[in-house]
Design a protein around this ligand. Structure first.
Ligand code: DGJ
Length: 561
């Protein structure tokens, strides 16, 4: 759909903590839209950035929710991701218990927070631990994966027709209930299953699976993977060689999850996504040791072809290493897939990757395990409260939450760029037509030879072009300056003048162009709008626009002379 200014203006919502929060009786259903190659999640008719936090796995109970909300508030998160447990939802076959859904809906509204609900159904981290007891006690019918040696594995079989039917029924009941119980659209998205796939066996070796594996590869998979077999009717091994088994398992699981998703979506068309337990994107593994069959980057086309009711394939990023992290973001930011990070570590040295994700138009970001249910028994305000594990995310969200709507809108319009410090603290250049924004890390004087560096890579920057010569700039532990475009190359070739006491300049069409700041406004976002506080000049701008670990937002106009 085309998002016009009229659509964006027609919000009909009230403001809460700088974020639009609909209080109308029936709001539009959240939806994912694409325009000019960019995605946005529309909430109340306008682009929305999910600043999320995922609770611990066993937190969505009336007894534990009181230990969740204070953390969400401390974080300035606008969305809680929390599970719905199949075992709780359908304790007896065909009898659905909506109490947990209703409780979390009511409490989320009381706390002015949106929800992403995680359907812990057939798969949870590759296992079937959240199936109701009546299913666990009938393993013949609700069968497990069989490994190559004929042993049963702790993973549900994607060929278990009874499990598929049961999951479809339960998921549909859940989605139907959401439709009826949530006209306010507290719930933004639903995750179907959790980290699907299998550890310990690359695929299912049950008789039905073996027969299909020896049969022809379905035409939609050939198309998705760009294969035209020499022999018509070629089987999986002939077409895909060493990767045949993992592709086959991905096909089987995507088909199953695709059916569950389609059934639920027919009841209530909320955006749906699946999350992936990753493999190292830099070193593809054959044979497979990672969780096989889930939406890992190597099988994205298979999932897209086989599960079209799923809107987004989303990476759970727990990889250590800047290169791995950034590569993963890149692999899931595709023309056919909006970037969404539903789980990540939230550790101090990884908080900067929120900005990397924003630089790829992420629709949401959500570190995992951010509540007070485990090992952290105290609440904020109590004398011995320990929020160290929350602080990196709280720092990010404290800055971005008040400006969330502007960030989402500017990103959807292609006017925003964001970036994070690399391990070598190298300077980064963001291109905005005539202007380059140059981001340096450390003391804000990195153009000088003896510049300070950050103690570890923590820096992050966000720049958005508000008009030809006007920019919104923010970040942490970095310095941002502007130069006429092309200056970077010219500096490298010796043509550019930069450094102590000199303005960034460029030789353009034989004439020197020097950057000058017309007006540098420091402000803060209140009720979703930038509020001017003071003009920065002198020591505060002579070395570029410097950002510390405090939340600071600058609106700057530049010109040349
Ligand atoms: C990824 C899973 O999706 C989460 O539910 C959780 O189990 C974390 N791993 C590990 O803490």
């Amino acid at each position: 759909m085309k998002v016009t200014a009229a659509v964006l203006a027609a919000l009909g919502a009230t403001l809460f903590a700088g974020q639009l929060y609909a209080k109308t009786a029936e709001s539009p259903i959240p939806r994912l839209v694409k325009q000019d190659g960019r995605y946005a999640l529309l909430v109340d008719g306008a682009p929305f950035l999910m600043l999320g936090a995922q609770s611990n796995n066993s937190s969505d109970w009336p007894a534990t929710l009181p230990k969740v909300w204070p953390a969400i508030e401390y974080l300035h998160a606008n969305t809680l991701e929390t599970p719905i447990y199949w075992e709780q939802f359908e304790p007896k076959q065909g009898q659905f218990d909506y109490s947990a859904v209703d409780t979390v809906l009511t409490q989320a509204r009381e706390h002015h927070v949106h929800l992403v609900l995680l359907w812990f159904g057939t798969w949870k981290n590759g296992s079937q631990h959240y199936m109701p007891e009546w299913m666990k006690l009938d393993p013949q019918r609700y069968s497990h994966v069989t490994n190559k040696g004929g042993e049963l594995v702790d993973s549900p079989s994607p060929f278990a027709a009874a499990s598929l039917e049961a999951d479809k029924r339960a998921f549909t009941a859940f989605m139907q209930h959401l439709k009826d119980a949530d006209p306010e659209r507290t719930v933004l998205m639903v995750q179907v299953e959790n980290e699907t796939g299998t550890y310990g066996s690359v695929r299912d070796y049950c008789p039905e699976a073996n027969k299909l594996f020896d049969g022809p590869v379905p035409p939609e998979i050939l198309k998705a993977m760009g294969k035209t077999p020499a022999t018509p009717g070629a089987n999986w091994e002939m077409v895909f060689g060493p990767e045949a088994e993992v592709y086959f398992h991905a096909w089987a699981i995507a088909k199953y999850v695709g059916e569950v998703a389609a059934a639920g979506k027919a009841a209530y068309p909320l955006p749906l996504y699946v999350n992936a337990a990753l493999h190292d994107p830099l070193t593809p593994e054959v044979p497979v040791t990672y969780e096989s069959g889930g939406p890992t980057d190597n099988v994205i086309p298979i999932w897209k072809a086989e599960a079209p009711a799923i809107d987004v394939l989303a990476p759970d990023i727990y990889l250590s290493g800047t290169e791995q992290y950034l590569k993963t973001l890149d692999l899931y930011h595709r023309p056919d897939n909006a970037l969404f990070v539903p789980e990540t570590s939230g550790a101090v040295h990884e908080a900067r990757f929120l900005f990397s994700a924003l630089g790829l138009q992420a629709i949401g970001y959500s570190p995992f395990g951010l509540d007070y249910t485990r090992n952290r028994p105290t609440l904020p305000g109590e004398p011995d409260a320990k929020n160290t594990f929350l602080d990196p995310t709280a720092q990010n969200y404290g800055l971005i939450a008040p400006m969330m709507r502007d960030v989402a809108k500017l990103n959807f319009e292609g006017k925003l760029q964001a970036t994070a410090e690399l391990d070598d603290a190298s300077t980064q250049t963001l291109h905005f037509g005539y202007w380059d924004a140059v981001v340096t890390y450390g003391g804000g004087r990195r153009l000088m030879a003896n510049a300070n560096q950050n103690r570890e890579p923590l820096g992050r920057a966000l720049v958005a072009q508000l008009g030809g010569n006007q920019f919104l700039v923010t970040g942490f532990n970095c310095s941002v300056d502007f130069r006429p475009a092309g200056a970077e190359q010219q500096r490298k070739s010796g043509n550019i003048v930069v450094g102590t006491g000199q303005t960034p300049s460029a030789l353009i069409d034989g004439k020197w162009q020097h950057r000058q700041f017309l007006r540098v406004e420091e402000g803060a976002y209140e009720n979703g709008a930038f509020k001017f506080q003071r003009i920065l000049n002198g020591d505060q701008t002579d070395w570029g626009l410097n950002f510390s670990s405090e939340p600071e937002v600058i609106r700057v106009s530049v010109a040349t002379y």
